[in-house]
Ligand binder design. Structure first.
Ligand code: AMP
Ligand code: MG
Length: 406
């Protein structure tokens, strides 16, 4: 058994970012950029009117306030005008400024008298003009490699004309449940059978993270069934198994993984729940074997698999650890580092309430009211009300119901 911190660093150290891939702009949403996005031209690309009005020579207006309108410019329609002394051109927002003109008078500040336009207010040079290159100059880096592509970044790339972008590719994940007693929802429940909830948790989270997955179903606890499913799972970037990694007589997963060339990186972490977690790899495929109890799967996902996925996608692995104060006394049996379900509410600071009547790692139902796991050291047996504690806030990261504000 290794300490939690060692397990975490072994995972983030052994897993590498996946290679870059070129995708359609919108498919890059929520991905990490794998190359700089540069301006291929100035923005704006030409001196541009910021208003509907009249393009003028500002110097003319110190000696006269009526100008002759010689024509009209619309955005997107190219027409060449030269504005000479005493002249102006009707111009719409977004049109290139005609040559000779250096400012735009807003329509609201003018009066039209046939072909002649009376200008009601003085104007300074460059008024209501967006100058060529004032936002960005050709060659400027707008978004650098490593940026996370949120909606704003996607629209910035669009503004520079990018239809495809280079991102770090998302991992393909395989999921396998194991256990003779495990059946799928919808099947008839018989004595001693347990419905598979683990796969549905994992698949749902992956779906919210828009990570492609292959569901391999359930393997019975025998070598033949495990072998064929494991062979399939090892074709992906990340392979998650649940069940069969403990010390029971039918916990065959580590053995069959090793028969298929999976090298163990560790097996066993000093945490509760989740002690028997297995982590290894076969070449570029990384394998997590999680103990079968549903809360262990949830905690294992949060502590190890989410950071592993983030690392593969070029994101920073981050456990979102926060600090808060206990709203009630807390007792535990000392031993391993614990991750205990809590409900955290933000009221100036975080207020942490341990979930009452939590029965341990099989008790999925208790997580319904939880939005995090408090982290307590193995040496602790009691923490008084108001004690400061650390906890992992998980709802935001995996997109579930947000209970964290009152
Ligand atoms: P194991 O890690 O195989 O010893 O399983 C530990 C406990 O988790 C047993 O009570 C199993 O029935 C239960 N379990 C295993 N796999 C699943 C699953 N896919 N869904 C729900 N419970 C499971
Ligand atoms: Mg089992």
């Amino acid at each position: 058994m290794i300490p939690f911190e060692d397990a975490f660093s072994k995972i983030v150290d052994s897993i590498k970012r996946l290679p870059p891939e070129k995708v359609d702009l919108l498919s890059g949403l929520d991905c990490v950029l794998a190359g700089d996005i540069k301006a291929g031209f100035d923005i704006p690309p030409f001196d541009k009117s910021a208003m509907d009005g009249y393009a003028v020579r500002s110097e003319d207006l110190s000696s006269q306030n009526e100008l002759l309108c010689i024509g009209e410019l619309q955005a997107g329609i190219f027409q060449k005008f030269v504005v000479n002394k005493g002249e102006c051109v009707r111009i719409m927002t977004g049109s290139p400024l005609p040559s000779g003109a250096d400012a735009v008078v807003m329509k609201e500040d003018t009066e039209k008298k046939g072909e002649r336009i009376r200008i009601l207010k003085p104007i300074r040079p460059l008024a209501n003009v967006c100058s060529k290159g004032e936002d960005l100059q050709k060659g400027d880096i707008l978004l650098s490699r490593g940026s996370l592509l949120r909606p704003l970044e996607i629209s910035l790339a669009a503004s520079l004309g990018y239809a495809k972008i280079k991102i770090y590719r998302k991992p393909g994940v395989s999921i396998l449940a194991t256990g003779n007693e495990i059946i799928e929802p919808g099947e008839a429940i018989g004595f001693g059978k347990i419905f598979n909830s683990n796969s549905y948790l994992l698949i749902s989270i992956l779906s919210l993270m828009k990570i492609p997955y292959t569901y391999l179903g359930i393997a019975k606890d025998n070598e033949d069934e495990l072998r064929s499913k494991i062979e399939e799972g090892l074709k992906s970037d990340l392979f998650i198994l649940s069940g069969g990694v403990s010390v029971g007589d039918y916990d065959l997963v580590p053995k069959v993984l090793s028969m298929y060339g999976v090298k163990k990186i560790f097996h066993g972490i000093s945490i509760k729940p989740g002690k028997p977690v297995f982590f290894g790899n076969k070449e570029r495929c990384f394998v997590f074997g999680l103990p079968g109890n549903p809360v262990s799967v949830f905690v294992g996902f949060l502590l190890f698999i989410k950071p592993a996925l983030d690392k593969m996608m070029g994101k920073k692995p981050n456990l979102n650890i926060q600090r808060g104060r206990l709203t009630a006394d807390y007792h535990q049996k000392p031993g391993r580092k614990q991750f205990f379900p809590v409900k955290a509410i933000f009221n100036e600071g975080w207020l942490i309430t341990p979930i009452k009547d939590y029965h341990g790692s099989a008790d999925l139902a208790s997580l319904k009211e939880a939005n995090g796991f408090m982290i307590t050291g193995g040496e602790i047996s009691h923490l008084p009300k108001d004690a400061e504690v650390e906890f992992i806030l998980y709802r935001k990261e995996i997109g579930l119901r947000n209970l964290d504000r009152p």
